[in-house]
Each structure stands twice: as C-alpha cells, then as structure tokens.
Design a protein around this ligand. Sequence first.
Ligand SMILES: NCCCCCC(=O)NO
Ligand SMILES: [Zn+2]
Length: 347
Amino acid sequence: MLTFYNEQHAQHRGRYEIFRGEMVPCFEKPERADAVLAELGRRGLGRIVTPHGVPLMSLERIHTPRYLHFLRNAWSEWVALAPANAGKDAFPAVWPVRTLRDDIEPDNFCAKMGLYSIDSGTPLTAGTWTAAKTGADCAVNAAHALRLGERAAFVLSRPPGHHAGADFFGGYCFLNNAALAAQHMLDDGARKVAIIDIDYHHGNGTQSIFYNRDDVLFISLHADPRNEYPFYLGHADERGEGAGLGYNLNIPLPAGTSAKAWLAALETACIRIGSFAPDALVVSLGVDTFAGDPLSRFTLQSADYLKIGERLAWLNLPTAFIFEGGYAVKELGVNVVNVLEGYETAL
Ligand SMILES: NCCCCCC(=O)NO
Ligand SMILES: [Zn+2]
C-alpha cells in the first residue's frame, strides 16, 4: 500500500486546547503521525512518498475561496495585532449563531475567527496552514494514484479533516482531506464515490459538503451526538436532501459500544456501499474507537482493527484511507496499521 506523508505536518503544534472548560495540552499533536510512521516502517507495508504540491484550485473544489483566504492569512493577521501574539495560539471568541448576521466579516480578528469555526477547542498556530495544505496535497495525490491504478493508498496527514466544512474549521480540523480526495476522483473521471467515516466522532464537515449530492454516498458510524462531539449533527434522521436524499447514512452508537456491535454496524454500512456500487472508496480512518482512547467511550481492541481492514477489502474497491482521530498515542500506530494490514492481507 502506497503511503503519502509530508513531515511538514509537524508545523502544526498547538500549545494548548480548551477542553471541558480547561486549558489542557493538545491531544492532536505531531507525535500522533510520528507513531504511525514508525509502525509503518516496522511493518513494511509499502512505499512512503512525499506528494507534489497541488494548486489552490484543487482545494477550491471543496472549500470556499473566502475561507481559504482567511486560513492562509490568519496567522499573519493574528501576529499583526500584537507582537506578543506570536507566542500564543489563536482562538475564536464570538460566533454568528441564531439572530446574528454572517454576511459581513468583522474587522476584529477573534470575532472573524468565529465566522470560520464551530468550536473554541481548535488552536490555530503559525504552522497550521502549512501543515493542513501539505495534508491536502497528500489526499489529492493519493486520489490521483488510485485513478492511475493503485489498489489502495494511505494518507498519513495531520491535522485531521472530517469536521471541516466548506467554510469552517473545528474539531482539530481545517481542510477536509477525505472530501478533497473524493472530489478529485470525481474530477478525474469516477462517476460515484463512497466515503465511510469510522472515526469515533461524526464527520459533520464531510456530511455537510456532500449532503445535497447523489454522486457521493456518505456513511458514518460514530458516538451518539446527543452526548459526544460534534453534538449538533450526526443523527440517524439525517438522510441527505434534494438530489442527495438517501445518500447520507448516519449510524449513531451508544457509549460503551462493543467491538461486536460496532462490527455489525460496519456490516450495515458495507452492504449499503455495495448497493451504491461506487467506483472508489474513501475511508475517514479515525481509531479513537479504541478502548484506551482518552477522548472516547467505545471498547474496540487493537486486534479488532485487523477485522475492519479485512471487511473493507471485501468491498473490492480502489480505496484511500485518510488519517483522522485517535489519541492513545502508544497504541495509535498499531491500531492504524492493523486496519491497513487487515486490508492488504484480506484478498
Ligand atoms: N475538542 C473536542 C473533541 C474534538 C473531536 C476530535 C476528533 O477526534 N474528531 O474526530
Ligand atoms: Zn474523532
């Protein structure tokens, strides 16, 4: 399996995040990708390549030009406010919720961040744009490799992407790598693409991007949003709208979900993917479903990730795996590479 990786991911290193009302060290940190890279090396799963840079136009297939302009300039705007800001991470302060307007961009930078974000837990840093952009490079290059005949590719990128929408960041995500990969495959001639999001958290960004479309089937297995992030999307009654009605499937699961129950939900998802008959599959590969994950409350064990990879292989589709969540750093490499190895050895 071909892996796309760029060491520039380490440019995104938040100092702290606001978690349950407290400032805590960031869970989403460079050591996560380092751990997966090390395990890939130990397991010898295939070549690890650095992608070519893709033009901004590729990102504009998913993200709005106004949002990309904001992201690219955010750090310099933040530092221009006060030299001391260079030593702090930037966080949004005000959001345009109900009764407020979102058609006029405020001059105040922290208010403006609120226009382009959904939470206060995602620090924006000096290297965030660089890291996110090189992650998007990995995703688009991987999609292209599948179109050139690769059976499977792994995008080892951070920050993750599935909470990022067309014009907002949050949940540690800035650019939606899974959506970028799927859109590139469609632009490159695929007729239909399925995205399955197996991260513990609902992929609200990915859902919102394709919600009105029938060329992308989005399926997510995740913790019930009534008590887990992102809280405000991910319910079972969200089935798509307009042309997209019937092409969105959410499978919310309760705290404490066992591997057996989780794998049964995966089976439901795979059957739906089979009936959609896509030309390719994108997997938002989060492994925060692990029993030892500090943010989550499912109970999968490391060996279960081999079964996930195996089941996805049986779909017999060109597949791009996109690294998303997973914060138990000690076991992270094994859990991620178990999915990839399970996939590789299945057929
Ligand atoms: N700041 C609260 C948790 C954000 C979700 C992170 C994640 O793993 N999403 O998949
Ligand atoms: Zn997650």
